[in-house]
Design a protein around this ligand. Structure first.
Ligand code: CTP
Length: 411
């Protein structure tokens, strides 16, 4: 970090009290640090502390108080030009909204606009979990992510509100590590880099007649989050998706299918040549034996629908995989979860299964968070906390990377 010019943007969240430590860590690494403090930020951490640790004046309002400083009306531009990177921690819902809307009513928002386009921006949202998951915050995050910003999902744990959940700012050491990774590319290359990864996602639809089908509430969000995270780690990802309303993650090849039979056929084509198969789809277990051609009429008071079993895609791969291939599955359970999940791991010959408790509010179908327990073949079990689906995908991939490394060192 020696000689790098870093701007630390600090907004009005309780986590702001940790930021003098972040500035100190950056200075110790030899970086030049300037602080842009929002009005809200200044209520949580003192300007004097930040000026002392950064050895620089702290920037707040666009215009300095009259007569107290030499007037310089280009500060907002020169600051943006000076910076090699901008880190905003903590970023509040308000600042995310202001930045995504392009407002520039203080130094932080103004320099955000004037920062050179090739310079990294790392944003660490930190707020109450419900606020973080709200539609407006998620929309603003998506807008900023679509520009050049890297948004780091907050951690889960005890929040200042006294509640537990998603929303905590990572510790200053973790923020420094993320910045170094962005700026200097220090992260060791992932064991998933260059690996061929097949991921199934979303529900399937099984035709009853020409206009009706059997399906489930799966949104595909978990599978898409895994695909996005795996592509970011350099994997060559093919995403086989049932009917969902989600955009394709960048850098991912996507095949859209409808029924379990179509999903099986699309997946089977990759069985031999993939390194890793991740079954995240909620595949319909049964399908109508004889779908009706055209629209069924309601002539009878009662009708019977005969369902026959669909092929199990993941088990199909598990049974024929070679020792070099890894099979990863999910177990969605409403009761006796861990036992059922362990049973699926053995029966389908998997290397890891993610037990996914279904409660419809915080984990399971069509919500943005998940609670997973990762179970490996040797019985090692890791309970993950409540995380966003993106966060859960990262932790799942961390565990898969460890499996790849273990396989690589086997004689
Ligand atoms: N799966 C699959 N093909 C199927 C059914 C399930 O590939 N026909 C995969 C899912 O993608 C998931 C895992 O198998 O990774 C377990 O799915 P789940 O619905 O939890 O369990 P099932 O095996 O379907 O068993 P049950 O419905 O009895 O719990």
């Amino acid at each position: 970090m020696k000689g790098k010019n870093i701007i630390v943007g600090i907004c009005g969240g309780i986590a702001a009290y940790k930021t003098p430590q972040l500035v100190r860590l950056l200075k110790k690494r030899g970086a030049n640090v300037k602080v842009a403090l929002t009005e809200g930020g200044a209520r949580f951490v003192s300007e004097l502390s930040l000026a002392t640790v950064s050895e620089e004046p702290v920037y707040g309002k666009i215009f300095p108080p009259m007569g107290t400083e030499k007037m310089d009306f280009t500060r907002h531009i020169s600051l943006g030009e000076w910076a090699d990177a901008l880190v905003i921690a903590p970023a509040t819902a308000n600042t995310l909204a202001r930045l995504s809307a392009g407002l520039c009513d203080d130094m932080l928002s103004a320099l955000f606009i004037t920062l050179r386009p090739d310079k990294p921006v790392l944003i660490f949202p930190a707020m109450d979990g419900q606020m973080f998951l709200s539609a407006s915050v998620q929309r603003n995050i998506a807008t900023l992510a679509a520009q050049r910003c890297t948004i780091i999902t907050p951690e889960s744990g005890e929040l200042a509100s006294g509640l537990c959940g998603v929303g905590r700012m990572p510790e200053p050491e973790a923020i420094l590590a993320a910045l170094e990774e962005q700026l200097l590319g220090t992260k060791a290359s992932s064991p998933l880099s260059g690996k061929k990864v097949i991921i199934t996602a979303g529900p399937t639809r099984e035709k009853i007649d020409g206009v009706r089908f059997i399906s489930n509430y799966s949104s595909g969000k978990m599978g898409f989050a895994i695909a996005r995270a795996a592509a970011k780690r350099g994997a060559m990802v093919t995403l086989i998706a049932g009917p969902v309303h989600l955009p394709s993650p960048p850098g991912v090849e996507r095949l859209d299918v409808e029924s379990a039979a179509e999903m099986y056929a699309a997946s089977e084509a990759f069985f031999k040549n993939c390194d890793l198969f991740i079954g995240a789809a909620a595949v319909s277990d049964y399908r109508p034996a004889e779908p009706y051609n055209g629209k069924m009429k309601k002539d009878d008071e009662q009708i019977e629908l005969t369902l026959i079993k669909n092929p199990d895609i993941l088990a199909g791969f598990g049974m024929q995989k070679s020792p070099d291939q890894l099979a990863i599955g999910f177990a969605l359970e409403t009761q006796s979860g861990l036992g059922n999940a362990r049973n699926k791991l053995a029966v389908k010959n998997l290397d890891l299964i993610a037990f996914n408790f279904f409660d419809r509010k915080t984990s399971g179908f069509d919500v943005d968070t998940n609670i997973l327990t990762l179970i490996e073949r040797d019985g090692e079990t890791t309970e993950l906390p409540l995380l966003t689906k993106d966060g859960a995908a990262e932790r799942l991939l961390d565990a898969i990377e460890q499996l790849c490394l273990k396989k690589a060192v086997k004689p």
